[in-house]
Structures are given as structure tokens and as C-alpha cells.
Write a protein that binds this ligand. Structure first.
Ligand SMILES: [Zn+2]
Length: 450
């Protein structure tokens, strides 16, 4: 089987999922994955290939058509076609994304499985569709079955000229987090590989990373980026942590966490948005899994909503941090505020003296919750100014904790009420927080034993 991703550069989930699927051990046959088929287009985040003339700009129209003598057009299509042909694939799968849900509009093929009409391909496609649809509650977002792939596409050419059972899997970019779209791709490919007996029961759709040596505890970070997250927080965190040497950073959704995905990581990061909505989407089982993960030595980094989520004063909170909010009025406003590090904070974030600016957006005001079973948090930074809009109580923010560190079981926690990940000059804060909460080899060993 040959799987390609990233043929269109503005459809990132296909490339993301392919890069995860390539780690799956194959027990029968052979799996060849080309995760980033169109590197320049992916870098530019463009559908069309930068630098190509208009007639060959859309890579997925350059593969041998039925009528034009069967020749690919352009250097990239020629190379990809030559490579694919040499593999003599029995199966070919191309991972794409559409702009809108095909179940709702004919203007896009988003959320569909587009099958080249071979007997075997048509036989398995409904199972692929059913598996992914079982993960989707909204009827309008369910996958449709279509076919054949458009003339000039790699899937069409693989079916027509190589005799492969070929299909395009399309997720939908609109209103869905990258983590969810990547999971949908994994669920579909997993179903197909399972059907062909190419993987055994140890491979689940939650398998996202390489097995790596746990000897040096480099960060393997799951960044929650699905329901309840907002703005650019998850993207910034993933970028900033991903720049660390050896770091593995993967964006995960609620189904991933509930399915046991955290086994592969030693840190979970929960970015900004709405704490109660994040809690609802992660679900009770997912929250229990995060608690157990930290208890067993995993790290937790929460920013704004992710900090609310860690606290002990809400029914939906993780209750891993001995902190609560002193007032139920949370909508203090958006502002640039002043912070100052403590001595402990300088050990974690570096030697920054005096006050400095940080973006703030309705983050929690923290005070001790005095939960008997939890150790007290340590303050890493204090607010040195405040914002108190929308009838929120004044005076409780200034000189209150802005960033705190805690412990839960074997695990370490850092929670930031403001947004250093979105503040110019503070881009290293989250990576340093991750480094501080990472370090327990036990979790990495567990991941390695998978
Ligand atoms: Zn596409």
C-alpha cells in the first residue's frame, strides 16, 4: 500500500496524519508512506504549487489522464508517479481535505471517501466510511461515499493505470480542529489496514508517534487543541515547544485522550479558550485519564483556560492543583498586564528582573483551595497590575499569582493565567515550563513498552 499526504499544501491534516501513520508497525505486506508529497506547497500553505505555471499548478491534476497518452505533467508529478509506479501498489490512498462538508454541499468534497471503482475498493469503502462516521455525532458532518477520483489525480491514475484499489480520503477544514481531522484520517486508514490484515491489535488509531529511547527525557508533548480551545494558543504552544531539540509535539483531541493516547507522552499541555468547554469535550473519562497521567509522573502545563481546568474549585476541574478562583466573575477583560517573577520563577524561566509585560485574556485569579490531599502551589510570577472590567471585583488581581507550579502524585504542573505564548519576548516561557514538568522517565518507559 502506498499512502500519500500533503499533495495539496493547504490541507495539513492529511500530511499530519500520514506522518503519524508511518510509525505503525506492519505485520503483513508493505506500507510506504509519503507524508509530505508537496513540500513547497505545504510550506506556503497553498493548494497550488508555488513557482509552477498555471496549467500545472494543481499537482493533483498532473497525473496521467485516461486520454492524454498516460504521461504525467511537471517535475513533481513525474517524480511522484515514477515512485508510485515502481512500488506496484495493490492499494493506494491519498489523504486530502476539503473546505466544507460534502453531506451539506456539493461545492466541496470535504468529509468524503472517493473510491476508484474496483471490486475490492468498493467492497471495503463502506466499512471505512462507517468507522469514521461512528466518531461523528453531527449528521451534517458525516462522511459521504463518492467516486471516481477526478481525472488527473494520483488516486485516479493509480487505479486506471496501475490496477490499484485506490481511494482519496477527505476531511473538512471548516470548524474542525486539526487534531480531529488527523484522527479521522487515522481511523479510516486504520480500518483499511485492519481489513487487509496488515496491522495487529496493538495498533490503534491513537498511535501517533515513534517509539523513542526514554534515556534522555526529552519532551513528548500532547497539546490539546479541540473543543473549548480558542484563538492561536494551541498553535503557538505547539510551535514553540516543537522548536526544542528532540521534542515531539502532537495535537490531540478528546477522543485521543479517552482512547489512551497519553501513554505516548510525558507532558500534556492545555491552552487557552474556555475551561468548562474544554472539560466538557475532554469528558469525565478523559479528565480521569489526565489525572492518572499526572499522578503517574506526567507533566501538565495549563494556560489560561488550561489553568482553570487544573484547579479544584469547579465541578468540572481536574483538581490536580490546590487552587481555586476567589470570585465566580471571570470576565475581567483582555489587556497587557505587568508580571514579576519570583526567585523560583527565575529558576524556571530565566533571570528576568523587575516587571515585564504579558498578554492577559480573562485568565484565572488564583488563591489556595486548601484541599488536604494536595500540596500547596508555589508562585513563579505575580501580577503587578490588574484589569477589572464587566463588574469583576477590583483589587484581587494585583499581586496575586499569575504563574504557579504544583505537584500531583509523581507529576509536576505549571499553570499560567496570562498568555506568555502569545507575548512577544516571552516565546521561550512555555518551552521552559514544559522542560520543568518533563523529566520522569517512567512515563517515557511506558510509552516505549507499547
Ligand atoms: Zn486536496
Amino acid at each position: 500500500m502506498v499512502i500519500t499526504g500533503g499533495v495539496h499544501g493547504d490541507e495539513p491534516a492529511g500530511a499530519y496524519a500520514a506522518d503519524q501513520i508511518r510509525h505503525w508497525p506492519i505485520t503483513r505486506g508493505k506500507l510506504i508512506v509519503v507524508p509530505r508529497a508537496n513540500v513547497v506547497a505545504l510550506k506556503a500553505n497553498k493548494r497550488n504549487t508555488p513557482g509552477e505555471p498555471a496549467e500545472t499548478a494543481n499537482l493533483n491534476r498532473n497525473f496521467p489522464k485516461a486520454k492524454e497518452g498516460g504521461q504525467p505533467r511537471g517535475a513533481l508529478a513525474t517524480a511522484l508517479w515514477e515512485f508510485t509506479r515502481q512500488q506496484k501498489p495493490a492499494w493506494f490512498v491519498d489523504l486530502h481535505e476539503g473546505s466544507d462538508f460534502n453531506a451539506m454541499t456539493n461545492k466541496s468534497v470535504g468529509s468524503s471517501v472517493i473510491v476508484f471503482p474496483t471490486t475490492d475498493g468498493k467492497a471495503v469503502a463502506p466499512a471505512v466510511q462507517a468507522a469514521v462516521n461512528a466518531t461523528i455525532t453531527n449528521q451534517n458532518h458525516r462522511f459521504t461515499l463518492r467516486g471516481p477520483p477526478v481525472d488527473g489525480s494520483l488516486a485516479r491514475a493509480a487505479g486506471a493505470h496501475l490496477g490499484a484499489h485506490a481511494m482519496i480520503m477527505e476531511t473538512t477544514i471548516k470548524s474542525q480542529a486539526l487534531s480531529i481531522r488527523a484522527r479521522q484520517h487515522r481511523v479510516m486508514v486504520h480500518t483499511l489496514l485492519k481489513h487487509l490484515d496488515m496491522i495487529d491489535a496493538t495498533v490503534t488509531p491513537e498511535w501517533m508517534t515513534a517509539r523513542v529511547s526514554p534515556n534522555t527525557p526529552t519532551p513528548h508533548v500532547a497539546v490539546y487543541d479541540a473543543g473549548g480551545t480558542g484563538g492561536t494558543s494551541a498553535v503557538r504552544v505547539a510551535e514553540q515547544v516543537g522548536k526544542q531539540p528532540g521534542a515531539i509535539v502532537v495535537r490531540v483531541c478528546g477522543d485521543d485522550i479517552r482512547g489512551g493516547a497519553l501513554d505516548q507522552f510525558n507532558v500534556v499541555a492545555v491552552p487557552g479558550g474556555s475551561g468548562s468547554k474544554e472539560a466538557a469535550t475532554i469528558g469525565e473519562d478523559g479528565r480521569a485519564r489526565i489525572r492518572k497521567f499526572v499522578e503517574d509522573g506526567g507533566g501538565y502545563v495549563g494556560i489560561c483556560a488550561g489553568a482553570y481546568l487544573a484547579t479544584s474549585g469547579f465541578s468540572w476541574g481536574l483538581k490536580i492543583l490546590d487552587a481555586k478562583t476567589p470570585s465566580p466573575k471571570w470576565e475581567r477583560g483582555h489587556a497587557t498586564v505587568k508580571l514579576e517573577l519570583t526567585n523560583k520563577g527565575r529558576q524556571v524561566f530565566g533571570d528576568i528582573q523587575g516587571v515585564f509585560d504579558c498578554k492577559y485574556a480573562n485568565g484565572p485569579i488564583l488563591c489556595p483551595a486548601n484541599v488536604e490531599s494536595l500540596p500547596d502551589y508555589e508562585v513563579l510570577a505575580f501580577f503587578r497590575s490588574e484589569v477589572a472590567e464587566h463588574n469583576t471585583p477590583p483589587g484581587i488581581m494585583i499581586n496575586s499569582p499569575a504563574i504557579v507550579a504544583g505537584r500531583y502524585g509523581q507529576g509536576r504542573i505549571i499553570c499560567a493565567s496570562p498568555h506568555p505564548e502569545q507575548t512577544k519576548g516571552l516565546e521561550k516561557f512555555i518551552a521552559r515550563a514544559i522542560a520543568w514538568v518533563t523529566g520522569r522517565a517512567s512515563i517515557a518507559e511506558k510509552a516505549n513498552a507499547r
